[in-house]
Design a protein around this ligand. Structure first.
Ligand SMILES: [Cu+2]
Length: 149
């Protein structure tokens, strides 16, 4: 076994100066957007804006959001809101545990969005007309972001 090679590698690193801390998985993630208050996602007919986010950045565990829903004219819009979670890299959804409470004027609190793993998540918010017999939501949009471990 050649014992010189590992030593050469160590010297090479040493010559590069102080070792930078390794970049986190989320710093390397190029998909999605950084979760923040004011971030919005739009479908064809509706815009869903995050007006309050309890934990920024998003955490592994329970995440609480407040969402303002408006139509294309900017007016508050209300039907039944649903939230679904999905990890595309692992092809699995999350648990549906959130409690969604309409606050009026198109504002909904969503408590307990359970992001139970670190990684890249897609959170889809859907507005569903309970009086429609169609399976399709009235409209939906997706927030995509990385959760640090
Ligand atoms: Cu996963």
């Amino acid at each position: 076994m050649n014992r010189l090679l590992p030593m050469a590698a160590v010297l090479l690193v040493a010559c590069n100066g102080p070792v930078e801390p390794a970049e986190s998985a989320c710093e390397l993630e190029t998909r999605g957007e950084e979760l923040r208050v004011g971030l919005s996602a739009s479908g064809d007919k509706l815009t869903f804006e995050l007006t309050d986010v309890a934990d920024l950045p998003a955490i592994v565990g329970m995440n609480d959001w407040t969402i303002q829903v408006t139509d294309n004219s900017g007016s508050p819009f209300e039907l039944d809101l649903f939230v679904g979670t999905w990890m595309p890299d692992h092809s699995h959804s999350g648990f549906i545990e959130e409690v969604i409470t309409p606050q009026g004027e198109g504002v909904y609190t969503v408590e307990g969005i359970h992001l139970f793993m670190a990684g890249f998540w897609e959170v889809t918010v859907s507005m569903v007309d309970p009086l429609s017999d169609a399976m399709e939501p009235y409209d939906e949009a997706t927030f995509a972001f990385c959760v640090e471990g």
